[in-house]
Design a protein around this ligand. Structure first.
Ligand code: NAD
Ligand code: IPM
Ligand code: MN
Length: 349
C-alpha cells in the first residue's frame, strides 16, 4: 500500500467545518484502493494564538514540512479584532507557510459548471486557470514606516520581483498553457508599475519565444477585471503577481458561481517541500458555526491535492462527484454537512 502523510490544518471560523467535509470526501475517494492517508492534525490559527500566543513555531513548521501534502481550511479572525492586531495571523502563519515551503505557484482554477447560477446573464464558457506567483511581490513584507503615528508618518510597501522568481512561475504557466488551450495572458500594470511590470513583461516575452504554439496576450489589471465580467471566455491561463492574483481570483470565484466553489493549490513544483491545498475563501466569521458554509471549494481542493500526488483517478472521481452534485442542486438550502455527505455518497456508489 502507498501511505500519504497528510498534514491537516482546519484553522478558524468555517475552516474546521469545510475541512471536515473535505476529509470525508478524501476518505471516500481512496476507500478500496491501496492508498492509506496518514493524517496529522495541527491546531493553528487565531484561536490557538488567543490561547497560547503562538502563530507558527519552528517546531510546527518542521513537523508540517515532514508531510507529503497539506490540507488547510482557512485562518484568521474577525477583520479588525484588536486582540489579533499584533499577531497578524495572515503573515505569521499562512504567508509563512507559503514562503518557507516555497509555494511559488498559487494555482487557482476557475470553471463555470453547467447549471450553476452565476451573476452573469450570458456567461458563455468559462474555464481558465490563474497562475498566481506565491512567494514574492508586495507580499514579501519588504517595507517599513518612520515617524509612525505622527503627522509626518511615511509608510512604504515594496514589491519584490526577482528574475529567478518571475521566470520560474512564468515557465510553469507556459507549460500549463501547452497542456490546455495554448493561450496565456499576462496581467500586470506596466503603464504605472514600470519596474515590476517591466521585468514580468520581458521575461514573458523571452519564454514566449520558446513556446511558439502559445498565443500570448497582455492586459493591464484594471482592464482584466472588465473582461473577467464581460468576456471571461477569452481566458485560458492567466499569469500574474501575488497581489493582482489575489484580487482577480476572488472576482473569478464570484463570476463562476461564488467563492464557495473556488479551490486552490499552493504548489512547490520541484517537490522539495509539501504543497498545500486550500479553498480561496477565508474563515468567513459572518457565517461561522452555523453550517452555512459551502464546503465545495475545500472538496475541490482535495481533488487538486490528489492530482498533485499523482492519484489522478481518485482526483477525477472527486471532481465528477462534485459536478454531479452541482448539477442536481436545487434552491433548497443544505447544510455544510449535507453537501459533504451527498458528495461522499456519490463516491461510495
Ligand atoms: P472571506 O472569504 O472569509 O469571506 C468573504 C465573504 O464570502 C463572506 O460574506 C463569507 O460569508 C463568504 N464566504 C466565504 N467562504 C464561503 C463559503 N465556503 N460558503 C459560503 N460563503 C462563503 O473573506 P474576509 O471576510 O475578507 O476574511 C475573513 C478572515 O479570513 C480574515 O481574517 C482574513 O484575513 C482571512 N482569510 C484567510 C484566508 C485563508 O486562510 N486562506 C483567505 C482569505 C481570507
Ligand atoms: C488568499 C488570502 C490570503 C492572500 C491572505 C489571508 C493572506 O486572501 O489566500 O487569497 O492574500 O493570499
Ligand atoms: Mn484572497
Amino acid at each position: 500500500s502507498r501511505v500519504v502523510k497528510l498534514a491537516v490544518i482546519p484553522g478558524d471560523g468555517i475552516g474546521p467545518e469545510v475541512v471536515a467535509e473535505a476529509e470525508k470526501v478524501l476518505d471516500a475517494a481512496v476507500a478500496g484502493t491501496d492508498v492509506v492517508i496518514d493524517k496529522t492534525r495541527f491546531s493553528l490559527g487565531a484561536a490557538r494564538y488567543l490561547e497560547t500566543g503562538d502563530t507558527l513555531t519552528d517546531e510546527d513548521l518542521r513537523a508540517i514540512a515532514d508531510h507529503d501534502a497539506i490540507l488547510l481550511g482557512a485562518v484568521g479572525g474577525v477583520p479588525g479584532d484588536p486582540r489579533l492586531r499584533d499577531a497578524n495571523i495572515e503573515r505569521g502563519l499562512l504567508l509563512k507557510l507559503r514562503f518557507e515551503l516555497d509555494h511559488y505557484v498559487n494555482l487557482r482554477p476557475s470553471k463555470l459548471y453547467p447549471s450553476v447560477p452565476g451573476p452573469l446573464a450570458e456567461p458563455g464558457e468559462i474555464d481558465f486557470v490563474v497562475v498566481r506567483e506565491g512567494t514574492e511581490g508586495p507580499y514579501v513584507g519588504n517595507g517599513g514606516s518612520i515617524r509612525r503615528g505622527t503627522p509626518h508618518e511615511v509608510a512604504n510597501e515594496t514589491s519584490v520581483n526577482t528574475a529567478f522568481g518571475v521566470e520560474r512561475v512564468v515557465r510553469y504557466a507556459f507549460d500549463l498553457a501547452e497542456r490546455r488551450r495554448q493561450k496565456l495572458t499576462l496581467v500586470h500594470k506596466t503603464n504605472v508599475l514600470v519596474h515590476a511590470g517591466g521585468i514580468w513583461k520581458r521575461i514573458v516575452d523571452e519564454v514566449a519565444a520558446e513556446h511558439p504554439d502559445v498565443a500570448v496576450d497582455y492586459l493591464h489589471v484594471d482592464a482584466a477585471t472588465i473582461f473577467l465580467v464581460t468576456n471571461p471566455g477569452r481566458f485560458d491561463v492567466i499569469v500574474t503577481d501575488n497581489l493582482f492574483g489575489d484580487i482577480l481570483t476572488d472576482l473569478a470565484g464570484a463570476v463562476t458561481g461564488g467563492i464557495g466553489l473556488a479551490a486552490s493549490g499552493n504548489i512547490n513544483p520541484d517537490g522539495a517541500f509539501p504543497s498545500m491545498f486550500e479553498p480561496v475563501h477565508g474563515s468567513a466569521p459572518d457565517i461561522a458555526g452555523q453550517q452555512k458554509a459551502d464546503p465545495t471549494a475545500a472538496i475541490l481542493s482535495v481533488s487538486l491535492l490528489l492530482d498533485h500526488l499523482g492519484l489522478t483517478e481518485a482526483a477525477r472521481r472527486v471532481t465528477h462527484a462534485v459536478e454531479a452534485d452541482i448539477a442536481d442542486r436545487s434552491s433548497e438550502p443544505r447544510t455544510t454537512t449535507q453537501i459533504g455527505d451527498a458528495i461522499a455518497a456519490r463516491l461510495q456508489a
